[in-house]
Design a protein around this ligand. Sequence first.
Ligand code: UD1
Ligand code: UDP
Length: 387
Amino acid sequence: MVTLMPKIMPVFGTRPEAIKMAPLIKALEEKENIETITIVTAQHREMLDQVLKLFKIKPVYDLNIMKPGQSLTEIMTGVLAGIEEIISQEKPDLVLVHGDTSTTFASSLAAFYQKIPVGHVEAGLRTYSKYSPYPEEMNRKLTGCLADLHFAPTQTAKEALLKEGVPAGQIYVTGNTVIDALLQTVNKGYVFKNAILKQLDFDNKRIILITAHRRENIGERMEQIFQAVKVLVEQHDDIEVVYPVHLNPLVQERAQKIFGDIERVRMIPPLTYEEFVNLMDRCYLVLTDSGGLQEEAPALGKPVLVLRDTTERPEAVIAGTVRLVGTDQERIVAESTLLLTDPVVYQRMSTAINPYGDGKAAERICQAILYYFRLNPTRPEEYSIET
Ligand code: UD1
Ligand code: UDP
């Protein structure tokens, strides 16, 4: 059945979802035969708002659910109840969610309860380890069970979905919208606004960019990561560490305790996306437990040491620009030292590769949505990895 002017409802709540949904929302808004009603749960507040501002996205509804130190149950119940009410009023033709957060799973469940089809952006990433990342692996898997349209960024993600019995006709390989956002934002002539970034001596110092926030790393594992960074700073005079600290109070507390006033570890509040990716473009090395950074840094040719035991993003590991090093202090020091002292190893890991996208993912997803509603006669061509 042809649906004229389908009502599409993108829902998101955290910083990474906002960054990766932004190019898609912009592309949807340009389509004359689609009505777009953007909802934010505001599972994050400041970290979400900076992205909305940058990409000039004006949500129609804002659930404003964030509480300091919120539990997973609080997020789930807040989103479920809030989205249910909006869906009842708006009666969308498709709810669009992204990735693996609690907002993602709760919004999909709310749509399912009212028999509204769900489109899952960044579908099919798997570690096959229930608690790693926690709770994201299960959030993504459960969302996949509820979805009717699966936008897999890569062939690997598509294969994972096929293995789980998702019909091939429901899967579209689109590339990851993270690369769309990155290509729109990184600029070689960018001038930093942040006072600390402005003062960094990029010519004479090697900048190590670090981020860490995963729930399963909070506590002893995060302590090991921070101690490793401390050792690296003591051993190498020419490095400066920049650490935009996640607003989670548990992360803030631990970081403050270990880094205190170490001069060459610049602990700063989260950066705007624009400042952050342009800093990444000029840094020497990235240490992170983030998901999105594993996709962005390889595209910029920056080596990444991933502070986790598993990854749902194997493509850049296989290509050699990302290494999974875990959270053991000695291992982090050893792997970082190798990259700081061996130019051949560094060179090998800093080749720019783009296994995650070509900047056209948002448009492919739009075309797939139009195809689903019979407003586009042909299925969009699959994204294939650039080599
Ligand atoms: C969430 C997602 C995780 C994602 C991460 C991105 C879940 C379960 N986790 O984790 O998948 O990788 O976001 O950053 O969905 N806070 C603020 N202001 C903000 C944002 C957070 O103050 O703008 C503080 C609040 O005290 C909040 C806490 O950080 O309670 C934790 O936020 P929450 O969304 O619960 O979990 P994250 O660890 O950020
Ligand atoms: N990011 C940002 N400011 C920062 C740190 C990260 O804008 O200070 C961006 C980064 O470019 C990436 C995303 O936030 O696109 C990653 O978010 P996060 O690490 O919070 O979540 P994850 O990717 O692990 O889900």
